[in-house]
Design a protein around this ligand. Structure first.
Ligand SMILES: NC(=O)c1ccc[n+]([C@@H]2O[C@H](COP(=O)([O-])OP(=O)(O)OC[C@H]3O[C@@H](n4cnc5c(N)ncnc54)[C@H](OP(=O)(O)O)[C@@H]3O)[C@@H](O)[C@H]2O)c1
Length: 234
C-alpha cells in the first residue's frame, strides 16, 4: 500500500480496539506513526512499541495533543465518550486547535451523530440512543451526547476533516473497504453492521481521499446484506 505522500500520522486513542487497528493499517501503508493513549494503557501497545512513538496522556489534554500532532500530516482520532467530563468534545477540540495547518483530520463516532436534518433514524434506533444516553449518564459512565457536541464542533470547523460515523461493530476478518452513504436511513446501510477492522481501514484510507474532506460518511460492511443489495446504487 502507499502513503499517498503522507509521511507522519498521529493516532489518538491508539490503545483501544479501534485504535490498534488504526495503528496497524497506518503502519501497513508505510506511515510513520505516533500514538496517544492513557498512561495506564501504554502496555497494550507493547507489541508495537518498537514500530511507533507513544505519547502517554489523556486525549483531551491540549498539551499532550499539541506535542503528539507536531509534524503530523494526518491525525486519526477515536472519539470516546467515557465519563462525564466532556472527553469526546475536549479531544476533538484539542485536535482542531493544535493539528498542523492543512493536516487531514479523521474522527470516529457512531451513526447517532447527525450532521443535518437529512439523516433518517428508525424509532428503535432513536429509542435505544435515548435510553442508553440516559442510563449511561445516570451511572456517570459514558456521555453519548458529548460525542454529538464533538460532532458539532467538527462540522463548524474549516479544517480538512472527515467524521466517520460507524454502524454497530463486530470483530472478524476484513471484508474490505466499507460502503458509505451521506445519510443514515439510506437502504444500503440497513444491515447496521461493520467489522471493526474495516472501520479502521476506512478511516486510514480517508486520510488520502480528498473526496471525503468535510464529509460525515455513515458506513456499513461491504459484505453486509444491505450493502450487497444496493451495491450499484450511488
Ligand atoms: N462499539 C460500537 O458498537 C460502536 C458503534 C459505532 C461507533 N463506534 C465508535 O467507534 C469508536 C471506537 O469505539 P469502540 O467501542 O470500538 O471502543 P475502543 O476502540 O475500544 O475505544 C475505546 C477508547 O476509549 C478509551 N477509554 C476506555 N475507557 C476510558 C476511560 N474511562 N477514560 C478515557 N478513555 C477511556 C480507550 O482507551 P484505553 O485503551 O486507554 O482504555 C480507547 O481509546 C468510537 O468512536 C465509537 O463511538 C463504536
Amino acid at each position: 500500500m502507499s502513503t499517498g505522500g503522507m509521511r507522519r500520522v498521529c493516532v489518538i486513542g491508539a490503545s483501544g480496539k479501534l485504535g490498534q487497528y488504526l495503528v496497524r493499517h497506518a503502519l501497513d501503508r508505510g506511515h510513520e506513526v505516533v500514538g496517544v493513549c492513557r498512561e495506564r494503557s501504554v502496555g497494550k501497545l507493547a507489541g508495537l512499541a518498537d514500530r511507533i512513538t507513544v505519547v502517554p496522556g489523556d486525549t483531551n489534554d491540549p498539551a499532550v495533543i499539541k506535542r503528539a500532532v507536531a509534524g503530523c500530516e494526518g491525525v486519526l482520532t477515536v472519539l470516546a465518550p467515557w465519563g462525564v467530563r466532556q472527553y469526546s468534545s475536549g479531544t476533538a477540540q484539542a485536535v482542531l486547535d493544535h493539528a498542523e495547518p492543512g493536516a487531514r483530520l479523521v474522527f470516529s463516532c457512531g451513526w447517532h451523530v447527525a450532521r443535518d436534518g437529512a439523516d433518517q433514524y428508525t424509532w428503535r434506533f432513536r429509542a435505544t440512543v435515548r435510553l442508553v444516553t440516559w442510563l449511561a449518564r445516570l451511572v456517570r459512565a459514558v456521555e453519548i451526547d458529548d460525542q454529538v457536541e464533538a460532532g458539532r464542533r467538527i462540522f463548524a470547523s474549516d479544517r480538512r476533516w472527515t467524521l466517520v460515523r460507524g454502524s454497530d461493530l463486530e470483530e472478524g476478518e476484513s471484508q474490505g473497504l466499507p460502503v458509505w452513504r451521506r445519510h443514515v436511513g439510506d437502504p444500503a446501510l440497513a444491515s447496521n453492521l461493520t467489522r471493526r477492522v474495516d472501520f479502521a481501514l476506512f478511516m486510514v484510507a480517508a486520510l488520502t481521499d480528498d473526496t471525503l474532506v468535510q464529509e460525515a460518511p455513515a458506513i456499513v460492511g461491504r459484505l453486509a446484506p444491505s450493502a450487497l443489495a444496493h451495491a450499484t446504487a450511488a
